[in-house]
Ligand binder design. Sequence first.
Ligand code: PGA
Length: 254
Amino acid sequence: MRKRLVAGNWKMNKTYDEAVALVSEVVNMVKDEVTGQTEVVLCTPSIYLTALKQYLPVGGRISLGAQNCHEKASGAYTGEVSAPMLQSIGVRYVILGHSERRQYFNETNAQLAERVDAALANGLTPIFCCGESLDMRENGDYLGFVKEQLTESLFHLSAEQFASVVIAYEPIWAIGTGLTASSQQAQDMHRELRQHLAGKYGDEAAQNTTILYGGSANAQNAAELFAQPDVDGGLIGGASLKSRDFTTVVKANN
Ligand code: PGA
């Protein structure tokens, strides 16, 4: 059975006090209200990760994640955060290849392959993002484009390494726009991507891979999205910034 997971992607939001308040609220609400087995990951700005650790229940199913890491372990890369640094403060997950990173920071499939390697070598679970633009969806081979993102950044991994990767399908046209993919569109893409993974790593590995949906998933639409057979949870942006909404989304994934 593949794991179900809901990850909050806070992006560049919240001051320190606001971050402490939000984590505390989410921890309390999830603890009291969510009975299922869904894992929860809070991908906060990395500057807060060390301090926020103390607000998580020990051994619980809520953990912290970073939103990016550099491919090099250390060195003269001003402003960057490395995978060994994240490991050294007990972080377990890292988002890689988010479309905003690809768009604004020019991250490429080849560079992301190296970041995936760095994450895995340091015991981090990559939440690897893929997804097509609106123009690609309307005029192009969007399925081929997304499959290529997976091929070029992940298919060099051994089967054992690949087993640690979580994938997030996030159509760019749905991110932060309020335009969610329909549950059928999400299901169709997830099924296709799972088949693509099966072609490389075999059916069993593909069936065991957690594939999240992201893009304007919220308290209202999460239950229908997560009910799709190939949708194993979500990567949640805007709705992860409000404890009540985020808890509702987590509940919807049980
Ligand atoms: P959104 O963001 O939920 O605000 O659309 C999702 C994401 O970018 O991961």
